[in-house]
Design a protein around this ligand. Structure first.
Ligand code: TLP
Length: 345
């Protein structure tokens, strides 16, 4: 078997030929001067898609989250978020380090936090207390196996935050997956947030780039923050062209990734010694590895020998992510391997 089946993340996708042509043909200018027509077109398109006044193209999902948070807070403010979310676990403590923010994590259920769970975390105005400023949500939720945060609960949280004068940031790195899986359009999710991000470099298959959408004033602040954080890009139109191509060609096809994840999940469930840690809603499959398989490290090493790559996601958990570079045959191959490793164990 020569083909590598890389399920470590949907970030591993390589630009398809059509996307490469769009990159090659892109009109460009210096985006720090606001002169790149392709970046401007992408920002307009994202603003419209999300029903917001403006949008900003940024190099990564992490920078999208960070410029958004920095633009709606002051140093010393507090951000309420779900304990397993990306901002809290995987952004190298950027918000405390760069923007002087404190996190107030809430234990959720499969990445979802409710109004009732958030309420006791909102600080009373007191000279001793940090000011609660933001509730940050993630949809779909990475560590909860691509779980979809229900729109109804997002709406309730939105109402609470309006009532309490708080802002909502939505880490929508994989929001396109939620949109395709539910049929709920981007703007309905975005309406529940002041700032919302989207990554082009995950399931959408672009090489680089994310966007943040919000009201015009907040996006203007975010543009300054992006520069401050070193993310001002020049002829970024070659990247924006890939993102525009992704929006045209790679959104609806996420349904294939979801189908492949379902296919993998169903096979995993039937293997003795493996157990799904979460229901499979979108393109992420997280499963528990029983003793029969030795350990997560052993299982991953055995898979790697045969060209299958996945990542550890905790002492007993493995994550596999489907994307446009893997097909149903690849998934069957991975499942067959897991099955045979299980029967050899
Ligand atoms: N997630 C990556 C790793 O960082 C874990 C992955 O392989 O899934 N929000 C969410 C929900 C994410 O999953 C990620 C990346 C980001 C933000 C950050 O995006 P990048 O990697 O572009 O900074």
């Amino acid at each position: 078997m020569s083909k590598i089946v890389d399920l470590r993340s949907d970030t591993v996708t390589r630009p398809v030929p059509g996307m490469r042509r769009a990159i090659a043909d892109a009109e460009v200018g210096d985006d720090v001067f606001g002169d790149d027509p392709t970046v401007n077109a992408l920002e307009d398109r994202i603003a419209k898609l999300f029903g917001k006044e403006a949008a900003l193209f940024v190099p990564s999902g992490t920078m999208g989250n960070q410029v958004a948070l920095a633009s709606i807070t002051e140093p010393g403010d507090e951000v309420i978020l779900e304990r397993q979310c990306h901002i809290f676990n995987y952004e190298v403590a950027a918000a405390p380090a760069l923007s002087g923010l404190q996190f107030n994590p809430v234990d959720g259920d499969a990445g979802v936090i409710t109004v009732e769970q958030i309420l006791p975390h909102i600080r009373h105005r007191d000279i001793h207390a940090p000011v609660t400023k933001v509730v940050a949500l993630e949809n779909t939720h990475n560590r909860a196996g691509g779980h979809i945060f229900p729109l109804e609960e997002m709406k309730r949280i939105r109402e609470l935050t309006i009532e309490r004068g708080l802002r909502v940031h939505l880490d929508g790195a994989r929001l396109a997956n939620a949109v395709v899986a539910t049929g709920i359009p981007f703007d309905q999710y975005a309406a529940c947030a002041d700032t919302v991000s989207l990554c082009f470099s995950k399931g959408l298959g672009a090489p680089v780039g994310s966007a943040v959408a919000s009201d015009a004033e907040t996006v203007q602040k975010a543009r300054r923050k992006r520069k401050q954080f070193g993310g001002g890009m020049r002829q970024a139109g070659i990247l924006a062209a890939a993102a525009l191509y992704a929006l045209d060609h790679h959104v609806e096809r996420l349904a294939d990734d979801h189908e492949n994840a379902q296919r993998l999940g169903a096979r995993i469930e039937s293997i003795d010694g493996l157990e799904l840690a979460f229901s499979v809603d979108t393109n992420i499959v997280i499963f528990r590895v029983g003793e029969k398989f030795g350990s997560v490290d052993l299982l991953l090493a055995q898979l790697k020998k045969d060209g299958v790559l996945a990542v550890p996601f905790g002492p007993t958990l493995v994550r596999m992510v489907t994307h446009l570079d893997v097909n149903a045959d690849d998934i069957d191959h991975v499942a067959d391997m897991l099955e045979s490793l299980g029967s050899a164990g």
